[in-house]
Structures are given as structure tokens and as C-alpha cells.
Design a protein around this ligand. Structure first.
Ligand SMILES: C[S@@+](CC[C@H](N)C(=O)[O-])C[C@H]1O[C@@H](n2cnc3c(N)ncnc32)[C@H](O)[C@@H]1O
Length: 153
């Protein structure tokens, strides 16, 4: 029941939160281009995508794979995709961050994760999975993550 209702609640909170955080998010996501592959393509995995609240801040052409353990977000994602035609949606994987096995090793340039790690049981396991899916094991990218960690006011 809770899993079904949560997306409806989150979509409302997101609209308020995104207004407050718009300039911070724009600043953070503006540097994504630096992390693209040599071909210039940017493969981005949004871990715990929820309703797709971050799509509007992504660069045009960005290829987005979404992961979330709650399948009830799918219909909200479809709406966000329709509203954000500048991003290229790849697929929605229903999985917890602790085990993202459908996502291949080294297949992503960037992993984005907002409003999640403070409430999961096993942060370490999730970060191991993030490193696994990142191109080159996430060396440069994890520095990026450290630099870009922000806390809302
Ligand atoms: C507060 S919402 C944030 C959603 C979105 N990232 C945002 O910024 O709007 C938390 C999200 O984490 C997901 N979640 C909960 N446990 C998780 C886990 N173990 N691994 C991955 N995602 C999880 C929930 O399904 C939900 O989508």
C-alpha cells in the first residue's frame, strides 16, 4: 500500500523541492558534460530515480537509465520522459541499489543519486555497485561525487 501511495506523495513534494533547489541543481548538473565518454556520449544512470525529478536538469542528448526498487514509479517516469524530450530515455530497471545486476559493469559515465543514501540500510553496498557500473571503476567520477555532495538548507 505504502509503495503504491509514495509516488503520489513524492510527485507533489518534488514540485516544491525542485523550485527551491533549481539553481543548486542547475549548477551541479552543468558540469556533467566533462564526464562524457571520448565519443561525446553521456550515459547516465539515475539511481533511485523516483518520479524523474532530475530529468529537466540533464544535458540534451544525455542517455538516461533509471533504477528504482519501486515499480509504481513507472507511470510517473513516463510522464517525466514526455515532458523532457531533450533526454534520451534508455530503460527503467526495477532493482535496489544494493544489487543492480541488470546494469553492466563499466557501462555508465555518471551515476546520479539524490535524496536516497541517507535512508538506505547498506550505503557501502550501494556505493560498491555504483563503482562497478561506472566506466573505469569510477575513479574520477567518485572524486566528482565527493565534490558535488550537497545538503539542502
Ligand atoms: C525520497 S525518494 C527520492 C527520489 C528521487 N531521487 C528524487 O530526488 O526525487 C527515495 C527513492 O529511493 C528509492 N529507494 C528506497 N530504497 C532504495 C534502495 N535500497 N535502493 C535504491 N533505491 C531505493 C525509493 O523507491 C525512492 O524512489
Amino acid at each position: 500500500m505504502c509503495k503504491r501511495c509514495f509516488p503520489f506523495l513524492l510527485v507533489r513534494l518534488t514540485s516544491v523541492y525542485n523550485k527551491q533547489m533549481a539553481s543548486t541543481k542547475r549548477g551541479l548538473f552543468s558540469s556533467l558534460q566533462e564526464l562524457g565518454s571520448p565519443s561525446g556520449k553521456l550515459c547516465l544512470l539515475e539511481l533511485s530515480c523516483g518520479t524523474g525529478a532530475n530529468f529537466k536538469f540533464y544535458l540534451p542528448g544525455c542517455r538516461v537509465t533509471c533504477v528504482d526498487p519501486n515499480p509504481n514509479f513507472e507511470k510517473f517516469l513516463i510522464k517525466s520522459i514526455a515532458e523532457n524530450r531533450h533526454v534520451q530515455f534508455e530503460r527503467f530497471v526495477v532493482a535496489a541499489g544494493e544489487n543492480m545486476h541488470p546494469v553492466a559493469d563499466g557501462s555508465m559515465d555518471v551515476v546520479v543519486c539524490t535524496l536516497v543514501l541517507c535512508s538506505v540500510e547498506n550505503q557501502e553496498r550501494i556505493l560498491q555497485e555504483v563503482r562497478r557500473v561506472l566506466r573505469g571503476g569510477g575513479k574520477e567520477e567518485s572524486d566528482f561525487l565527493k565534490l558535488r555532495m550537497v545538503h539542502p538548507p
